[in-house]
Design a protein. Sequence first.
Length: 362
Amino acid sequence: MTKIAIFGAGLIGGSLALCFKGKPGFTVTGHSPNPKSVEKLLKRNVVDTATTSMEEAAEGADYIFLCVPVSLLEEYLTSLAKLPLKQGCIITDVGSTKASIAQCAASLELKGVQFIGGHPMAGSERSGVEAASSHLFENAFYVLSPDPLTPQEDVDRLADLIKLTKAQIIQVDAELHDDIVGAISHLPHIIAVALVNQVRGYNEMNPLYQNLAAGGFRDVTRIASGDPKIWRDILINNRENLLKLLVDWNAEVARFIDLLQQSDGEGIAEQFRKASEFRSGLPERRKGMITSLYDIYVDIPDHPGVIGQIATSLGNKKINLSNIQVIESREDVPGVLRLSFRNQEDVDRAAEELKKQYTVHA
Ligand SMILES: NC(=O)C1=CN([C@@H]2O[C@H](COP(=O)(O)OP(=O)(O)OC[C@H]3O[C@@H](n4cnc5c(N)ncnc54)[C@H](O)[C@@H]3O)[C@@H](O)[C@H]2O)C=CC1
Ligand SMILES: O=C(O)C(=O)Cc1ccc(O)cc1
């Protein structure tokens, strides 16, 4: 039996556990210091066994996944290094930053055990094991940041296991990872939060701001709902990169101030053209980062009961909806419904079914 131990089975750890659990030859153990969390893991059937004892969870494990908030990773790795681990055990993590944990691993004496940093580039603004899904990582990138001295066969062994998540594995140096992910994930989270808070301030004077906020505002700010503690840790950990990125962001803001002061319409249009061109080159339907869900959009006439009819027709075909959201709905104007699913198969089946009656944008 290959034993996989998951430390911190929340959104990411729980989703990994679901990818491994039930596969022939594998047994999955969850660890949390909190007895209520252990109980919940067992009740939700996310793991085969669960324990509050770190020693018990780690004992005999072939793979250990550290899935706790970034600020706890080093503490966990340091504690594990003191335990009698199985020879050949691979310890990995899922933290959104990679340089500090790599430095910590390099400073420890890990005898007969390898540490290989990892980061599944998929997730959501939700947290906790309640939001876990075995489909979370499908088609997403999964970064591995091995130290250059790590034997390739160990990296390959971990990669083979991670393939069960259906993610696409890519190796990136830890420092470079933090630089790039700072720009494409951490900075956007700061911008989304700052923008929401700017509008929240205006809304205190006039609640019409909130009422009118739809479409673009919602799309661009979804990630502002991320878990405050998880994001506090990520931003503090990657602060050096983020401070530089925010200087560059200030320059982008200053450019728009300048264009507006000059009423430079051509300059503004040029900014939109360049952005649109780059954005259209982004991978489609790749989960994680900005596009995160399997969504379809349905134009709906604005009359009572239509949402219920759509939900019922999908239910009749046993197609599971993971989320439903009215994006725009005004009197006499067709609204748009965003339907989210857990996998591509459900997206395709739902689109086929709804196309019979509605205009569907997949
Ligand atoms: N949220 C996301 O979309 C993504 C998060 N990550 C990384 O994954 C890791 C976990 O994040 P999520 O699963 O989103 O968070 P989560 O809040 O859903 O799960 C965190 C887990 O750590 C445990 N935990 C929290 N505080 C603890 C403590 N003091 N002692 C012991 N256990 C504790 C929780 O009980 C839970 O099991 C973080 O390092 C994060 O940077 C990586 C990719 C995506
Ligand atoms: O929900 C989104 O779009 C995300 O940005 C998810 C995400 C959050 C944190 C990560 O380290 C990786 C991916």
